[in-house]
Design a protein around this ligand. Structure first.
Ligand SMILES: *Cc1c(COP(=O)(O)O)cnc(C)c1O
Length: 414
C-alpha cells in the first residue's frame, strides 16, 4: 500500500495586486516605474484602490448598523490615515501622538476613541480637550479624568475597556482573558462604573478587545457573542445607557504557508444577529468593530534592492538594502514564536521561473536580519526589486529604524 504525501503548505496567492507582464502594479503603476518615481529604495507602497476595495468588501459583508473603525497603530502614516478617515466611521488611537494625526486627518472628535494602558496625564488632558471618547483602563484614569474634567470644565466622555474572562481562541496575539495589562478585569468593572457615576464623567459604553490576527471565523464569532453577553451583564451596573459598544476586531490576514483568507460571511451573519438583539438590549447604541491589519495589511508591500550576492558553504545569500530595521515583522521578530517566511517575489520578474533557492537578508550585523529563509526565487541582477507582500500593517512604525544607523525607509500612498 502506498500513501500519498500531503502537499507542502504554500502561501495564499498574492493576487490582490494586478500585474502587467513581469511587473507588479501598484495603484496601476508598474513597480519599476514606481521605484523611479519614489527615487529610492527601500520603500513601502500602499495601494489606495486596494484599501478602498477592502473597506467596500467589509461593508458588503457586514450589516449596515455596524460601525467600522480603523485602529491606526497598524499604519499611522498621516496620508494613509487621512485616506482612511474618508472611508471608515471612526479612528481608534493609542497615544496623544496618534490623536494628533487623527485630528489632523479631519476625523470628527465624536468618531475618535483612545485606548491603551498607561495613558499619561498630558494625553488625557489632550483627549478631554479634543472631546474624544476615552476607553478607561484603570481606577487611576477615573481619578485623573475627574480632576481634568473639572479643570477644563468639560465632562470627559468615557467608555470602560473590559479585560474579559475569556480569550480569542487561535489568535496570533491574545489581548484579553487571564491577567492582562489591558482594560479592567470584569470582576472590578461594577465598582469602576459606580465610581464613574459618582464622579459625573459622561459614561458612553464598553470596549472589549480579545485579540489580534485571527483567521478562524468561528473563533471571532464566539468572541463577539461572549463580548456582547458580557456587556449586557455589565450594563446593569452602568450609570447611564450604553451608546457605544465596541466588540473589538482581531480579523487576520494570511502571512504564512498554509494560511487561508478569513471567511467574512459567518462573521457578517453573527453581527447581523447581534445588531438585531442590540435594538432591544441597547436602544440607540452604535455597535463598533475596530480593525487595523485587516484594512491595510494586504494593500502594502515593502520593496528593496539587492546590494550583494554571496555563496556561503552552498547557500546563496542576497543582501538587500533594508532589513529588520524597516520591517521587523517580516524578520519574524514581532510576536512570532517560530520564524516563518512572508510571501515574497521579485516584483519586476513575475513571469521568470523561480530557478534558485536563496536566503534574503538585510544589511544589519545580526543573524536575526532574515527576510526570506531558503525560498525559491527567480535569479536576480542589479536593479531588481525584491518585494515582501502583506506589509501594509505593522511595518515602518513597528520597526527599530535607528538600529545600526541606516537611512530611514520611505512610505508612499499610491
Ligand atoms: C492593536 C489593536 C487593534 C488592531 O489590531 P489589528 O490586529 O491590527 O486589527 C485594535 N484594537 C486595539 C485595542 C488594539 O490594541
Amino acid at each position: 500500500m502506498t500513501t500519498t504525501p500531503s502537499p507542502a503548505p504554500v502561501h495564499a496567492p498574492m493576487n490582490q495586486f494586478a500585474t502587467d507582464g513581469n511587473q507588479l502594479l501598484i495603484g496601476g503603476m508598474p513597480l519599476s516605474r514606481l521605484a523611479e518615481r519614489i527615487g529610492q529604495t527601500p520603500f513601502y507602497a500602499y495601494d489606495r484602490q486596494l484599501i478602498a476595495a477592502r473597506v467596500a468588501e467589509l461593508r458588503a459583508a457586514l450589516p449596515g448598523e455596524i460601525k467600522l473603525h480603523y485602529a491606526m497603530k497598524a499604519n499611522p502614516m498621516p496620508a494613509l490615515v487621512g485616506f482612511m478617515a474618508g472611508l471608515v466611521d471612526g479612528i481608534d488611537v493609542a497615544s496623544g501622538g496618534e490623536l494628533k494625526v487623527a485630528l489632523d486627518a479631519g476625523t470628527s472628535p465624536h468618531e475618535i476613541s483612545f485606548a491603551g494602558p498607561g495613558k499619561r496625564e498630558g494625553e488625557l488632558r489632550q483627549a478631554v480637550a479634543a472631546g474624544i471618547l476615552i476607553n478607561i483602563e484603570s481606577f487611576r484614569e477615573v481619578e485623573l479624568l475627574t480632576r481634568i474634567s473639572r479643570e477644563l470644565a468639560l465632562p470627559a466622555r468615557v467608555a470602560v475597556r473590559v479585560n474579559p474572562d475569556f480569550e480569542l481562541k487561535g489568535s496570533g496575539m491574545k489581548m484579553g482573558g487571564g491577567p492582562k495589562q489591558f482594560g479592567v478585569d470584569t470582576e472590578q468593572v461594577p465598582e469602576l462604573l459606580a465610581l464613574i457615576g459618582r464622579q459625573g464623567l459622561a459614561f458612553e459604553g464598553f470596549h472589549l478587545f480579545a485579540g489580534s490576527q485571527n483567521l478562524k471565523a468561528e473563533s471571532i464569532c464566539e468572541a463577539q457573542q461572549k463580548s456582547y453577553q458580557l456587556a449586557l451583564q455589565l450594563a446593569a451596573h452602568a450609570p447611564s445607557p450604553v451608546r457605544f459598544l465596541n466588540l473589538g476586531g482581531g480579523f487576520g490576514i494570511p502571512y504564512f504557508p498554509g494560511e487561508q483568507r478569513l471567511d467574512l460571511a459567518p462573521i457578517g451573519n453573527n453581527l447581523q444577529q447581534l445588531a438585531e438583539r442590540a435594538r432591544t438590549d441597547f436602544p440607540g447604541a452604535s455597535l463598533v468593530i475596530e480593525l487595523g491589519r485587516y484594512l491595510v495589511g494586504e494593500a502594502g508591500i515593502y520593496v528593496a534592492q539587492v546590494v550583494d550576492r554571496k555563496v556561503s558553504r552552498g547557500q546563496t545569500y542576497l543582501v538587500i538594502d533594508g532589513g529588520l530595521n524597516h520591517h521587523l515583522s517580516a524578520s519574524g521578530n514581532f510576536g512570532q514564536v517560530i520564524r516563518k517566511n512572508y510571501p515574497v517575489a521579485i516584483g519586476n520578474k513575475l513571469c521568470h521561473a523561480a530557478d534558485e533557492s536563496v536566503s534574503v537578508v538585510g544589511p544589519l550585523c545580526t543573524p536575526l536580519d532574515i527576510l526570506a529563509d531558503r525560498m525559491r526565487l527567480p535569479t536576480t541582477e542589479a536593479g531588481d526589486l525584491f518585494v515582501i507582500f502583506q506589509s501594509g500593517a505593522y511595518g515602518a512604525s513597528a520597526s527599530p529604524q535607528a538600529f545600526l544607523g541606516h537611512p530611514p525607509v520611505v512610505e508612499a500612498l499610491v
